[in-house]
Design a protein around this ligand. Structure first.
Ligand code: ZN
Length: 148
């Protein structure tokens, strides 16, 4: 169990130190900002949609290790996937962050690294910020997302 915890922590540390897809997409067709006032996390999600396919996905911004690692894991996982897959994964991650043991960790893969977050209710919004922002961007919302 401790090995698993260490492994999970390593994933968070790695994705915070070297976030994947941390850049602007110049020809993005969806750009949306998200804020988590509780912690001060602030990010912008860039999305290039081609029909139902997420051709490219990236983010920029600043925040705590959990918010950055979650966004990094999200972009890595969903690039090249469909909107339907993104919606399904959003539900899985939501289950993982809010309910102990309900999520399908096989389905989540590396994202299971966020499983420890539910033990710290104040950090759940850090981990879910990028997901809520992506969901709103996919729904073509132009209203910045706030976790409050
Ligand atoms: Zn945070």
């Amino acid at each position: 169990m401790n090995v698993l915890k260490d492994l999970y922590r390593d994933v968070i540390v790695d994705h915070n130190r070297a976030p994947r897809n941390f850049r602007k997409i110049n020809d993005a067709n969806r750009v949306l900002e998200g804020f988590n006032p509780l912690c001060g996390d602030k990010l912008t999600v860039y999305l290039k949609l081609d029909g139902e396919v997420i051709k490219d996905l990236s983010f920029e911004g600043s925040g705590c290790a959990i918010s950055v690692a979650s966004a990094s894991l999200m972009t890595e996982r969903l690039k090249g996937r469909t909107r339907a897959e993104a919606g399904k994964l959003f539900d899985e991650v939501h289950a993982l962050l809010t309910k102990d043991g309900m999520a399908d960790t096989d389905q989540l893969g590396k994202l299971a690294a966020l499983s420890g977050v539910h033990e710290y209710p104040s950090r759940v919004k850090c981990a879910s910020l990028c997901w809520h922002t992506l969901k709103a961007a996919l729904a073509d919302s132009h209203q910045p997302v706030s976790t409050e």
